[in-house]
Write a protein of this length. Structure first.
Length: 338
């Protein structure tokens, strides 16, 4: 059984930065994540997507931010259990918790920090017959590596920011040999600036913009891979569009998963916390980042960094109740590992 000071459930950006703040207090952390690599949503959903609200970085790609966070905490040598899902949280004697995973791995610590983002995600899939048959054979719900689509014919479906942003990215960087965006309305839900860029790209002939339409069927090759999509247009009727890849971007449905059964106070699919230290109703258990909720909550990475910082200060007091913690600035003391 792995013993540490803090078990962090979730290795996304907030979980990673929490390791840094804990390390400054000489607290050892072990992170557990169901994904096979650290980074959470930033790596799994949009590693190449630019982020604009990280202090000190006018713009930084999601994947680059994760790499810098990993560099920042390397000196503290955190442990990682990746590709395993936490299934249970059990409180035992001596103010300790045992956290177990779906593979039988067990971890022990006096403090548990839940930094699992929005929880477990499932893509919202369009109601197309036999769609699952073509998953990983030309149908994808998440774009992980844009280069995977280099010189391919790509059809994206959706009207939100994700569909707009990836259409723009593919076109402006000349990734796909042909890029088509299909949306069932003429208006979009995304940012107005992105909508205008898409309109401009369509007017320039750099993308195929098909509105008032939706993808309703899949045609296959002789090897059962995607050959084309069937588009139902309001005025033009049925359109067959040759494609190597069909990417319906209708968002993801989050779920708390096993966390919902741990006796925590839940509100609107999030864990309620005390904003004094982001503790939950279970002593020794904290929730930081998108996983928590409180009045005035903003689901921003920046806010999660703040929450993790205060939670670690409180955790130190619980682990060492007789030891005074004096705040020391890194500009004076530097960053020293174990």
């Amino acid at each position: 059984m792995v013993q540490s000071d803090i078990i962090i459930i979730g290795a996304g950006p907030v979980g990673l930065f929490t390791v840094f703040e804990a390390g400054l207090l000489k607290l050892r952390c072990h992170l557990i994540d169901s994904l096979p690599q650290p980074g959470g949503q930033l790596i799994e959903i949009y590693p190449k997507k630019p982020i604009y609200d990280i202090p000190g970085y006018p713009i930084i790609n999601a994947g680059d931010l994760v790499n810098k966070l990993l560099d920042q905490i390397a000196v503290f040598k955190p442990g990682f259990t990746l590709g395993e899902t936490v299934t249970s949280l059990e409180e035992i004697g001596d103010n300790q918790f045992v956290v177990s995973t779906n593979r039988g791995t067990q971890h022990r610590a006096p403090i548990v920090m839940i930094a699992g983002g929005l929880g477990v995600f499932e893509p919202r899939k369009p109601p197309i017959e036999n769609l699952e048959r073509y998953e990983d054979k030309g149908v994808e719900y998440i774009i992980k590596d844009p280069e995977f689509y280099r010189d391919k014919r790509v059809v994206i479906s959706g009207g939100g920011d994700s569909a707009l942003d990836w259409t723009i990215y593919f076109a402006e960087n000349k990734i796909a040999s042909e890029i088509s965006l299909v949306h069932r309305r003429t208006s979009f839900r995304g940012h107005l600036d992105s909508v205008q860029k898409v309109m401009n790209l369509a007017n320039e002939g750099r993308i195929n913009l098909i509105t008032d339409a939706e993808v309703v069927g899949i045609n296959a090759t002789t090897t059962n891979s995607l050959a084309s999509v069937v588009i139902k247009h309001t005025n033009l009727g049925e359109i067959i569009k040759d494609a190597d890849h069909f990417i319906p971007l209708f968002g993801l449905t989050p779920s708390l998963g096993p966390i919902a059964d741990w006796g925590l106070e839940i509100e609107k699919n999030a864990v309620k916390v005390n904003t004094y230290d982001y503790s939950t109703n279970r002593k020794g258990v904290y929730a930081v980042g998108d996983m928590n909720t409180y009045p005035g909550k903003l689901k921003l990475i920046l806010c999660g960094f703040h929450e993790g910082t205060l939670a670690v200060q409180s955790a130190f007091a619980k682990i060492y109740p007789n030891k005074k913690n004096v705040l020391k600035y890194t500009t004076v003391n530097g960053v020293n590992g174990f």
